[in-house]
Design a protein around this ligand. Structure first.
Ligand SMILES: CC(C)(COP(=O)(O)OP(=O)(O)OC[C@H]1O[C@@H](n2cnc3c(N)ncnc32)[C@H](O)[C@@H]1OP(=O)(O)O)[C@@H](O)C(=O)NCCC(=O)NCCS
Length: 371
């Protein structure tokens, strides 16, 4: 290891169209009260554009905050489980958009742990001298794979993107420790077969072949134990204790999961960044979006010790311990934005409702709820 990688720029992209709990009450048999009580979620965003469009907004903000041009980058990593196409990678599509002509690019898929795995990959390459300035983006368009007739999953997820720039740092700053792990056997609790080659080549897509299999309670239990153990390991590797942590930025899967993890760790809930109420679970994008909000809200002090921790499909888990640098203000700002959207949230969800409708005895006429 030659140099630690520190975060010098940050950004996020929140697509404009909201899907509120009241909207979901019109789609499935649920209630605002149940969703808030069981998950902490009030609303989430549904993207009208593709993953790389969102990634570009977040990336340009992060580059401006770091005071860098795209040509200064020599690595672009995109963590996603919802790439718009399989090849080229989202990282290479983004590299072209940005004009980051000096950068290598690849994607990371570790589901909701993708951000932590991506941080580990980029930071380790910087530490090894294989990369200098790296752009890491977490971006997801999860609504594309969710069944908006299924109340047990459709209330949980949202779309968005977050990004950071990582650069070699002074000895006492940057990524202080990394913990990664996986348990493929437990991976059967959460399976998203869509976008894979399994099955036969047919012109017609079959909703039964693309259905998201999800065992919420089993995942809940594995998540709490897995994240607690991972945070303890990463702190040990960094020579730190729970009381040294200034801010935990957890994956935003469920507020009850986060509350249980920090309680077991003995960390003051006031030191935990939560934005699940407005963003829901955005998989690999959730930690960088929450980190961006934390910096914007003045919750990251110079020299702060930040722990990022996540759990997700695979199953996978991971944590990083990071010491923030002296600068908490962006060096510059980007005005780059998504194009506006003229569709309602129900029109954006029409494709999902029409595709999965037959599994629930519904026709296309039922896809959009009446006014
Ligand atoms: C999904 C999750 C919120 C469900 O919460 P829960 O408290 O475990 O709820 P249960 O699954 O036990 O369901 C309890 C009841 O609520 C019902 N229910 C499920 N979704 C509902 C909804 N959106 N609205 C109303 N009722 C709902 C169930 O049908 C069940 O009813 P029943 O008792 O009559 O069978 C929770 O398990 C969870 O957050 N799991 C992990 C999240 C996750 O894996 N995220 C992705 C990976 S990071």
């Amino acid at each position: 290891m030659t140099a630690r990688a520190a975060i010098t720029g940050w950004g996020k992209c929140t697509p404009p169209v909201k899907l509120t709990n009241a909207d979901l009450e019109r789609l499935v048999d649920t209630s605002d009260e149940w969703i808030i009580d069981r998950t902490g979620i009030r609303e989430r965003r549904v993207s009208h554009v593709e993953v790389v469009d969102m990634a570009e907004v977040a990336a340009r903000q992060a580059l401006a905050a770091a005071g860098l041009a795209p040509t200064d980058l020599d690595l672009v990593v995109v963590s996603t489980m919802s790439p718009e196409i399989v090849c080229p990678s989202s990282a290479c599509l983004l590299q072209e958009r940005l004009g980051a002509v000096n950068a290598a690019g690849f994607d990371v898929n570790a589901a909701c742990s993708g951000w932590v795995y991506g941080t580990a990959a980029a930071a380790s390459m910087i530490a090894a001298g294989a990369a200098g300035r790296a752009l890491l983006v977490g971006a997801e368009k999860l609504h594309w794979m969710i069944d908006y007739w299924d109340r047990s999953t459709c209330v949980l997820f949202g779309d968005g993107a977050g990004a950071v720039v990582l650069e070699p740092a002074a000895d006492d700053e940057g990524v202080l420790g990394i913990d990664l792990g996986a348990d493929g056997k437990a991976g059967r609790t959460m399976v998203i077969p869509t976008m894979g080659t399994r099955g036969s080549l047919t012109a017609e897509r079959n909703p039964y072949d693309h259905y998201f299999h999800f065992e919420g309670q089993a995942v809940f239990k594995i998540a709490v134990k897995g994240m607690e153990a991972s945070v303890l390991r990463v702190l040990d590797r960094a020579g730190l204790a729970p009381e040294d942590v200034d801010l935990v930025v957890p994956h935003q899967a469920n507020k009850r999961i986060v509350d249980a993890v920090v309680k077991r760790l003995g960390i003051d809930p006031g030191r935990v960044m939560i934005n699940i109420d407005t963003h829901a679970n955005t998989a690999a994008a959730s930690i960088p979006m929450a980190l961006n909000d934390a910096v914007d809200q003045g919750r990251v002090a110079p020299g702060a010790v930040i722990v990022q921790t996540a759990f997700g499909g695979g199953v996978t888990w991971g944590s990083t311990a990071i010491r923030w640098g002296e600068r908490t203000e962006p060096l510059g700002h980007s005005d780059f934005e998504l194009p506006p959207c003229d569709k309602s949230v129900f029109e954006l969800l029409r494709a999902s409702r029409e595709f999965f409708g037959p599994m629930h005895g519904k026709t296309n006429a039922d896809a959009v709820p009446p006014e």
